[in-house]
Design a binder for this molecule. Structure first.
Ligand SMILES: [Fe+2]
Ligand SMILES: [Fe+2]
Length: 315
Protein backbone atom coordinates (compact mmCIF):
# COMPACT_ATOMS: atom_id res chain seq x y z
CA UNK A 1 0.00 0.00 0.00
CA UNK A 2 1.71 3.19 -1.14
CA UNK A 3 -0.75 5.72 0.32
CA UNK A 4 -0.31 6.79 3.92
CA UNK A 5 -3.26 6.28 6.25
CA UNK A 6 -3.95 10.02 6.38
CA UNK A 7 -4.33 10.09 2.61
CA UNK A 8 -6.67 7.10 2.72
CA UNK A 9 -8.71 8.96 5.37
CA UNK A 10 -8.84 11.94 3.04
CA UNK A 11 -10.16 9.71 0.31
CA UNK A 12 -12.78 8.25 2.64
CA UNK A 13 -13.92 11.82 3.33
CA UNK A 14 -13.89 12.57 -0.37
CA UNK A 15 -16.04 9.52 -0.92
CA UNK A 16 -18.88 11.20 0.94
CA UNK A 17 -18.70 14.20 -1.33
CA UNK A 18 -20.93 13.94 -4.36
CA UNK A 19 -19.62 15.30 -7.62
CA UNK A 20 -20.09 14.94 -11.34
CA UNK A 21 -17.78 13.19 -13.78
CA UNK A 22 -18.34 15.77 -16.47
CA UNK A 23 -15.68 18.31 -15.52
CA UNK A 24 -12.93 15.80 -15.10
CA UNK A 25 -12.66 14.36 -18.59
CA UNK A 26 -9.50 16.20 -19.60
CA UNK A 27 -7.67 15.45 -16.36
CA UNK A 28 -8.64 11.79 -16.38
CA UNK A 29 -7.63 11.56 -20.02
CA UNK A 30 -4.12 12.55 -19.00
CA UNK A 31 -4.15 10.15 -16.10
CA UNK A 32 -5.11 7.17 -18.26
CA UNK A 33 -2.02 7.78 -20.37
CA UNK A 34 0.24 7.43 -17.36
CA UNK A 35 1.89 4.08 -17.33
CA UNK A 36 3.60 3.87 -13.97
CA UNK A 37 2.22 3.87 -10.46
CA UNK A 38 4.77 6.54 -9.58
CA UNK A 39 3.30 8.97 -12.13
CA UNK A 40 -0.23 8.32 -10.93
CA UNK A 41 0.78 8.71 -7.29
CA UNK A 42 2.65 11.96 -7.90
CA UNK A 43 -0.16 13.49 -9.95
CA UNK A 44 -2.80 12.41 -7.44
CA UNK A 45 -0.82 13.66 -4.48
CA UNK A 46 -0.36 17.09 -6.06
CA UNK A 47 -4.08 17.38 -6.80
CA UNK A 48 -5.02 16.13 -3.35
CA UNK A 49 -2.89 18.91 -1.92
CA UNK A 50 -4.68 21.45 -4.12
CA UNK A 51 -7.94 19.93 -2.92
CA UNK A 52 -6.96 20.32 0.74
CA UNK A 53 -5.98 23.94 0.17
CA UNK A 54 -9.25 24.59 -1.62
CA UNK A 55 -11.20 22.93 1.20
CA UNK A 56 -9.50 25.04 3.85
CA UNK A 57 -10.59 28.19 2.05
CA UNK A 58 -14.07 26.90 1.26
CA UNK A 59 -16.82 27.09 3.90
CA UNK A 60 -18.29 23.69 4.65
CA UNK A 61 -15.37 21.66 3.32
CA UNK A 62 -15.60 18.81 0.86
CA UNK A 63 -18.35 16.89 2.60
CA UNK A 64 -20.86 19.67 1.99
CA UNK A 65 -22.17 19.25 -1.51
CA UNK A 66 -23.97 22.60 -1.25
CA UNK A 67 -20.64 24.44 -0.85
CA UNK A 68 -20.67 27.48 -3.10
CA UNK A 69 -17.49 27.40 -5.12
CA UNK A 70 -16.40 29.03 -8.31
CA UNK A 71 -16.45 27.04 -11.55
CA UNK A 72 -12.68 26.75 -11.62
CA UNK A 73 -12.49 25.59 -8.01
CA UNK A 74 -15.33 23.16 -8.61
CA UNK A 75 -13.34 21.71 -11.49
CA UNK A 76 -10.27 21.23 -9.32
CA UNK A 77 -12.27 19.66 -6.50
CA UNK A 78 -13.98 17.29 -8.91
CA UNK A 79 -10.68 16.37 -10.49
CA UNK A 80 -9.13 15.70 -7.09
CA UNK A 81 -11.96 13.41 -6.13
CA UNK A 82 -11.89 11.42 -9.33
CA UNK A 83 -8.11 11.14 -9.32
CA UNK A 84 -8.01 10.05 -5.72
CA UNK A 85 -10.61 7.35 -6.41
CA UNK A 86 -8.80 6.21 -9.54
CA UNK A 87 -5.42 6.07 -7.82
CA UNK A 88 -6.91 4.33 -4.80
CA UNK A 89 -8.44 1.70 -7.11
CA UNK A 90 -5.06 1.25 -8.84
CA UNK A 91 -3.23 0.65 -5.59
CA UNK A 92 -5.94 -1.60 -4.20
CA UNK A 93 -5.41 -4.12 -7.02
CA UNK A 94 -3.38 -7.14 -5.96
CA UNK A 95 0.14 -6.75 -7.17
CA UNK A 96 2.90 -9.27 -7.36
CA UNK A 97 6.50 -8.46 -6.66
CA UNK A 98 9.20 -10.21 -8.64
CA UNK A 99 8.98 -13.84 -7.65
CA UNK A 100 10.67 -17.05 -8.60
CA UNK A 101 8.68 -20.23 -8.10
CA UNK A 102 10.25 -23.49 -9.27
CA UNK A 103 12.39 -21.37 -11.56
CA UNK A 104 15.44 -23.67 -11.57
CA UNK A 105 14.98 -25.93 -14.59
CA UNK A 106 17.76 -28.25 -13.39
CA UNK A 107 15.47 -29.40 -10.56
CA UNK A 108 12.76 -32.03 -10.88
CA UNK A 109 9.40 -30.70 -9.64
CA UNK A 110 6.21 -32.62 -8.84
CA UNK A 111 3.10 -30.69 -7.76
CA UNK A 112 -0.60 -31.45 -7.70
CA UNK A 113 -2.28 -28.09 -8.27
CA UNK A 114 -5.22 -29.14 -6.09
CA UNK A 115 -2.89 -28.74 -3.10
CA UNK A 116 -1.96 -25.12 -3.95
CA UNK A 117 -3.80 -21.97 -2.84
CA UNK A 118 -5.66 -19.75 -5.29
CA UNK A 119 -3.87 -16.40 -5.70
CA UNK A 120 -5.85 -13.33 -6.79
CA UNK A 121 -5.03 -11.78 -10.16
CA UNK A 122 -5.39 -8.06 -10.99
CA UNK A 123 -8.90 -8.79 -12.32
CA UNK A 124 -11.81 -9.56 -9.95
CA UNK A 125 -12.96 -13.17 -10.21
CA UNK A 126 -9.79 -14.43 -11.93
CA UNK A 127 -7.39 -16.45 -9.75
CA UNK A 128 -4.42 -18.68 -10.38
CA UNK A 129 -2.40 -21.47 -8.84
CA UNK A 130 1.26 -20.97 -9.64
CA UNK A 131 3.21 -24.01 -10.75
CA UNK A 132 6.31 -22.13 -11.92
CA UNK A 133 6.98 -18.43 -12.31
CA UNK A 134 9.76 -15.98 -13.15
CA UNK A 135 8.64 -12.35 -12.95
CA UNK A 136 5.95 -10.12 -11.46
CA UNK A 137 2.50 -9.66 -13.03
CA UNK A 138 4.22 -10.03 -16.39
CA UNK A 139 6.00 -13.35 -15.99
CA UNK A 140 7.21 -16.44 -17.71
CA UNK A 141 4.85 -18.77 -15.94
CA UNK A 142 2.90 -22.01 -15.87
CA UNK A 143 -0.35 -21.80 -13.93
CA UNK A 144 -3.82 -23.14 -13.38
CA UNK A 145 -6.18 -20.19 -13.94
CA UNK A 146 -9.79 -20.06 -12.75
CA UNK A 147 -12.40 -17.62 -14.09
CA UNK A 148 -15.48 -17.22 -11.91
CA UNK A 149 -18.75 -17.04 -13.89
CA UNK A 150 -19.05 -13.67 -15.60
CA UNK A 151 -15.44 -12.63 -14.98
CA UNK A 152 -13.18 -11.08 -17.57
CA UNK A 153 -9.61 -10.01 -18.12
CA UNK A 154 -8.61 -6.70 -19.62
CA UNK A 155 -7.18 -6.50 -23.15
CA UNK A 156 -3.54 -7.59 -23.18
CA UNK A 157 -0.84 -8.57 -25.65
CA UNK A 158 1.27 -11.73 -25.32
CA UNK A 159 4.71 -10.52 -26.37
CA UNK A 160 6.09 -14.03 -25.93
CA UNK A 161 2.99 -16.07 -26.61
CA UNK A 162 0.83 -18.40 -24.55
CA UNK A 163 -0.61 -21.90 -24.57
CA UNK A 164 -4.03 -22.63 -23.04
CA UNK A 165 -5.72 -25.97 -22.41
CA UNK A 166 -9.32 -25.66 -21.15
CA UNK A 167 -9.86 -28.10 -18.28
CA UNK A 168 -13.51 -27.29 -17.56
CA UNK A 169 -16.17 -24.68 -18.32
CA UNK A 170 -16.05 -22.36 -21.32
CA UNK A 171 -13.27 -19.85 -22.02
CA UNK A 172 -14.00 -17.03 -24.47
CA UNK A 173 -12.31 -14.15 -26.22
CA UNK A 174 -12.83 -12.17 -29.44
CA UNK A 175 -11.89 -15.24 -31.50
CA UNK A 176 -14.59 -17.55 -30.11
CA UNK A 177 -15.85 -19.75 -27.29
CA UNK A 178 -13.72 -22.69 -26.18
CA UNK A 179 -15.18 -25.52 -24.10
CA UNK A 180 -13.35 -28.14 -22.02
CA UNK A 181 -10.77 -29.97 -24.11
CA UNK A 182 -9.95 -26.95 -26.28
CA UNK A 183 -6.30 -26.13 -26.89
CA UNK A 184 -4.93 -22.79 -28.11
CA UNK A 185 -1.45 -21.60 -28.93
CA UNK A 186 -1.47 -17.82 -29.22
CA UNK A 187 1.81 -16.78 -30.87
CA UNK A 188 3.97 -13.81 -29.83
CA UNK A 189 2.14 -10.52 -30.50
CA UNK A 190 -1.35 -12.00 -30.05
CA UNK A 191 -3.83 -9.69 -28.24
CA UNK A 192 -7.16 -10.50 -26.64
CA UNK A 193 -9.58 -9.61 -23.85
CA UNK A 194 -10.67 -13.01 -22.47
CA UNK A 195 -13.78 -13.72 -20.41
CA UNK A 196 -15.95 -16.59 -19.26
CA UNK A 197 -19.75 -16.50 -18.96
CA UNK A 198 -20.20 -19.85 -17.12
CA UNK A 199 -16.71 -19.86 -15.54
CA UNK A 200 -13.78 -22.07 -16.51
CA UNK A 201 -10.48 -23.58 -15.37
CA UNK A 202 -7.40 -23.49 -17.61
CA UNK A 203 -3.88 -24.86 -17.77
CA UNK A 204 -1.84 -21.89 -19.04
CA UNK A 205 1.78 -21.40 -20.09
CA UNK A 206 2.98 -17.82 -20.66
CA UNK A 207 6.00 -16.09 -22.22
CA UNK A 208 7.76 -19.30 -23.29
CA UNK A 209 7.38 -18.95 -27.08
CA UNK A 210 9.39 -17.04 -29.67
CA UNK A 211 10.03 -16.56 -33.38
CA UNK A 212 9.50 -20.31 -33.94
CA UNK A 213 5.77 -19.81 -33.34
CA UNK A 214 4.06 -17.62 -35.94
CA UNK A 215 0.64 -19.06 -36.78
CA UNK A 216 -2.10 -19.37 -34.15
CA UNK A 217 -3.07 -23.01 -33.51
CA UNK A 218 -6.47 -24.06 -32.14
CA UNK A 219 -7.52 -27.68 -31.63
CA UNK A 220 -10.69 -29.20 -30.19
CA UNK A 221 -9.18 -32.30 -28.62
CA UNK A 222 -12.65 -33.81 -28.15
CA UNK A 223 -12.97 -34.26 -31.92
CA UNK A 224 -9.40 -34.17 -33.32
CA UNK A 225 -7.69 -37.34 -34.53
CA UNK A 226 -5.68 -39.64 -32.27
CA UNK A 227 -2.70 -41.47 -33.78
CA UNK A 228 -1.16 -44.77 -32.71
CA UNK A 229 1.77 -44.22 -30.33
CA UNK A 230 5.06 -46.10 -30.04
CA UNK A 231 3.65 -48.94 -27.93
CA UNK A 232 0.26 -50.73 -27.86
CA UNK A 233 -2.29 -48.80 -25.76
CA UNK A 234 -0.66 -45.44 -26.42
CA UNK A 235 -2.38 -42.81 -28.59
CA UNK A 236 -1.04 -39.36 -29.39
CA UNK A 237 -2.61 -36.10 -30.60
CA UNK A 238 -0.21 -33.40 -31.81
CA UNK A 239 -1.15 -29.97 -30.41
CA UNK A 240 1.35 -27.16 -31.05
CA UNK A 241 3.28 -28.19 -34.12
CA UNK A 242 5.61 -25.18 -34.33
CA UNK A 243 8.88 -25.20 -32.36
CA UNK A 244 9.42 -27.84 -29.70
CA UNK A 245 5.71 -28.66 -29.82
CA UNK A 246 3.09 -29.96 -27.41
CA UNK A 247 1.24 -33.27 -27.48
CA UNK A 248 -1.75 -34.87 -25.80
CA UNK A 249 -1.08 -38.52 -24.97
CA UNK A 250 -3.76 -41.05 -24.01
CA UNK A 251 -2.74 -44.16 -22.12
CA UNK A 252 -5.08 -47.14 -22.09
CA UNK A 253 -5.12 -49.01 -18.75
CA UNK A 254 -2.08 -51.26 -18.28
CA UNK A 255 0.11 -49.48 -20.83
CA UNK A 256 3.87 -49.61 -20.29
CA UNK A 257 6.38 -47.43 -22.17
CA UNK A 258 10.09 -47.90 -22.86
CA UNK A 259 12.75 -46.34 -20.63
CA UNK A 260 13.88 -43.07 -22.20
CA UNK A 261 15.97 -39.96 -21.57
CA UNK A 262 14.67 -36.38 -22.01
CA UNK A 263 17.00 -34.17 -24.03
CA UNK A 264 15.91 -30.65 -23.10
CA UNK A 265 13.70 -31.95 -20.30
CA UNK A 266 10.05 -32.96 -20.14
CA UNK A 267 6.92 -31.32 -18.72
CA UNK A 268 3.71 -33.27 -18.07
CA UNK A 269 0.30 -32.16 -16.83
CA UNK A 270 -2.05 -35.04 -15.95
CA UNK A 271 -5.47 -34.14 -17.38
CA UNK A 272 -7.31 -37.24 -16.19
CA UNK A 273 -6.58 -40.71 -14.79
CA UNK A 274 -3.33 -41.68 -13.08
CA UNK A 275 0.13 -41.50 -14.70
CA UNK A 276 3.05 -43.34 -13.10
CA UNK A 277 6.75 -44.03 -13.43
CA UNK A 278 9.40 -45.58 -11.21
CA UNK A 279 9.65 -42.29 -9.25
CA UNK A 280 6.00 -41.96 -8.26
CA UNK A 281 2.27 -42.01 -8.90
CA UNK A 282 0.64 -38.87 -10.34
CA UNK A 283 -3.16 -38.48 -10.25
CA UNK A 284 -5.15 -35.92 -12.31
CA UNK A 285 -3.99 -32.36 -11.62
CA UNK A 286 -0.34 -33.37 -11.20
CA UNK A 287 2.39 -31.35 -12.92
CA UNK A 288 5.77 -33.03 -13.36
CA UNK A 289 8.78 -31.14 -14.70
CA UNK A 290 11.85 -33.29 -15.33
CA UNK A 291 15.21 -31.68 -16.19
CA UNK A 292 17.48 -32.01 -19.21
CA UNK A 293 18.81 -35.57 -19.61
CA UNK A 294 16.54 -37.00 -16.90
CA UNK A 295 15.30 -40.58 -17.38
CA UNK A 296 12.24 -42.60 -16.51
CA UNK A 297 10.17 -45.62 -17.47
CA UNK A 298 6.54 -44.45 -17.47
CA UNK A 299 3.36 -46.51 -17.36
CA UNK A 300 -0.31 -46.26 -16.44
CA UNK A 301 -2.14 -49.09 -14.72
CA UNK A 302 -5.44 -47.21 -14.59
CA UNK A 303 -5.22 -45.24 -17.84
CA UNK A 304 -4.74 -41.49 -18.18
CA UNK A 305 -4.52 -38.50 -20.49
CA UNK A 306 -1.47 -36.24 -20.21
CA UNK A 307 -0.37 -32.96 -21.80
CA UNK A 308 3.32 -33.28 -22.70
CA UNK A 309 6.08 -30.89 -23.78
CA UNK A 310 9.68 -31.96 -24.31
CA UNK A 311 12.96 -30.31 -25.21
CA UNK A 312 12.01 -26.80 -23.99
CA UNK A 313 13.85 -26.73 -20.65
CA UNK A 314 17.44 -26.13 -21.66
CA UNK A 315 17.44 -22.50 -20.40
FE1 LIG B 1 -4.12 -14.06 -22.59
FE1 LIG C 1 9.16 -39.12 -20.51
Amino acid sequence: MLFSESVVDDMAALGRWKCTWRNCGAVLGNLRQMESEGQVLLFSTILLQIHRTACRSSPGGPTNKQTPVSDSRSFVLNACFQLACYAFKCFQKPKLKQMNINADYSQRVVINHNELPWIASPEPGVERRMLERQGDEVAKATSIVRYQPGSKFQMHTHDLGEEIFVLDGVFSDETGDYSAGSYMMNPPGFSHAPFSEPGCTLFVKLRHLGPGQVEREVIDTKSATWYQGMVPGLNVMPLMQQGSGSTLVKWAPKTYFNPHRHHGGEEIFVVDGVFEDEHGRYPAGSWIRSPHMSMHKPFSKEGCTIFVKTGHLLS
